[in-house]
Write a protein that binds this ligand. Structure first.
Ligand SMILES: [Zn+2]
Length: 264
């Protein structure tokens, strides 16, 4: 009997399914794969986290919905924008893309032009080169027709029906308001009710629920992963282990239509 138990334990140690159980439990509300972020949906660009001058997304597509500039945008963000524009229109809000992807070099030119105009002072309206959310290809400025005709932008746009609709619904499509009204001290950027940032539906819903800006969300999840690893967890291994999980059909629902599965 004792020998059998030892053999059993030895098999357990060799078996990856049992080895998985040795990792601490993952209790963060979002799946580790979302935080691993192979698609780059939660990349943070700001003064402390500058994007490389060669950082350029590979899946940029032309914007064919209503727009006033020809900036491209990353494909997943574009697909979400298309749906959002259609639903907004049904609700009586005609949206326009004002600006989307901006290269490092374009941002650099804009930043130094702004400084020159402003006697060398950074007024928080144009991001530093590498710090712009537009360089991610996931940031997009969305306006109504009236505001596309204006020279400059300001927070009064928030009173427009289109801005209110976006604030209420953009998360349903995977967007967040990147520069929030009450987070200027954290983002170091003025409130921009027109600047949407695609982060994917799960993250957008979570950020909305917590009222987080991207900086706060990033700090929280990075801290969680650091704590997880400090507790003996291996984040990369956890993701590999989870990728191997395959559902096993253990039965069918009463009408025989639906499979009942367990993951092992
Ligand atoms: Zn913007």
């Amino acid at each position: 009997m004792k020998r059998l138990l030892i053999i059993f334990l030895a098999v357990c140690l060799m078996c990856p399914v049992f080895a998985m159980a040795e990792q601490p439990e993952w209790t963060y509300p979002l799946a580790p794969e979302l935080l691993k972020d192979v698609q780059g949906f939660i990349v943070l660009a700001n003064r402390e986290n500058l994007l490389d001058e060669n950082f350029a997304p590979q899946d940029l597509v032309d914007v064919k919905i209503r727009h006033v500039v020809d900036d491209p945008v990353r494909k997943p963000a574009y697909e979400a924008l298309e749906k959002m524009f259609a639903d907004a229109e049904e609700a009586g809000c005609k949206l326009y893309v004002k600006s989307a992807y901006r290269s490092y070099q374009t941002q650099e030119t804009m930043y130094f032009n702004r400084l020159e105009k402003n006697n060398g002072k950074d007024d928080g309206w144009v991001s530093y080169p590498g710090a712009s959310d537009h360089q991610t290809g996931l940031g997009v400025d969305v306006l109504n027709y009236e505001w596309t005709k204006k020279d400059g932008m300001n927070e009064k746009f928030a009173y427009e029906a289109e801005a209110k609709w976006m604030a209420e619904h953009c998360w349903e499509y995977g967007f967040v308001i990147r520069y929030m009204e009450d987070k200027e001290e954290i983002t170091k950027i003025n409130y921009e009710p027109w600047h949407l940032r695609y982060v994917g539906k799960e993250v957008a819903a979570y950020m909305r629920e917590k009222n987080y800006c991207l900086e706060e969300f990033t700090e929280e999840w990075q801290q969680y992963v650091a704590d997880y690893e400090a507790d003996g967890g291996n984040f990369e291994q956890l993701i590999k282990d989870r990728a191997q999980l395959v559902p096993t059909v253990i039965g069918y629902s009463e009408d025989g239509e639906e499979e009942i599965s367990i993951f092992h």
